[in-house]
Write a protein that binds this ligand. Structure first.
Ligand SMILES: [Zn+2]
Length: 127
């Protein structure tokens, strides 16, 4: 099934891009802090970011890839990640479904960016 992962592709297209994630790790959508809710282009940047499940870092670019993972695998991966990061593991199903719902709406290779609640298609990588 299609999943949303971190990518460094197209980084730098926007001067406020950042990428501290591991390439192709699962990402999730964190609630932005109060500062970014008021100003998503602001210095914090969490409102523009996708959080890496493995690295616990963030990136502004995510890509849809085809994966062997099932939904259960994705939920389990987020359970482990949330526990490691000190977040409630009860979020795992919601976090997984957010990821899968975004990925399901896009073709494999699509690269997206985020502005708090909105996602924008930046480009696509076809291999
Ligand atoms: Zn923030």
């Amino acid at each position: 099934m299609k999943i949303l992962v971190a990518t460094g592709h197209t980084q730098g297209t926007n001067p406020s891009d950042y990428h501290f994630c591991v390439e192709r790790e699962l990402v999730w959508i964190q609630e932005p802090c109060d500062r970014d809710l008021r100003d998503p282009e602001g210095p914090c940047g969490c409102g523009r970011g996708f959080a890496g499940a493995a690295s616990h870092r963030a990136t502004t670019t995510a890509m849809v890839v085809e994966s062997e993972m099932t939904r259960d695998d994705v939920v389990l991966a987020f359970e482990t990640s949330l526990a490691d990061g000190g977040w409630p593991t009860s979020w795992a199903e919601d976090v997984a479904d957010d990821n899968l719902e975004i990925a399901a709406q896009l073709p494999v290779g699509a690269i997206i960016t985020r502005d708090v609640e909105n996602f924008f298609l930046r480009g696509a990588l076809f291999s």
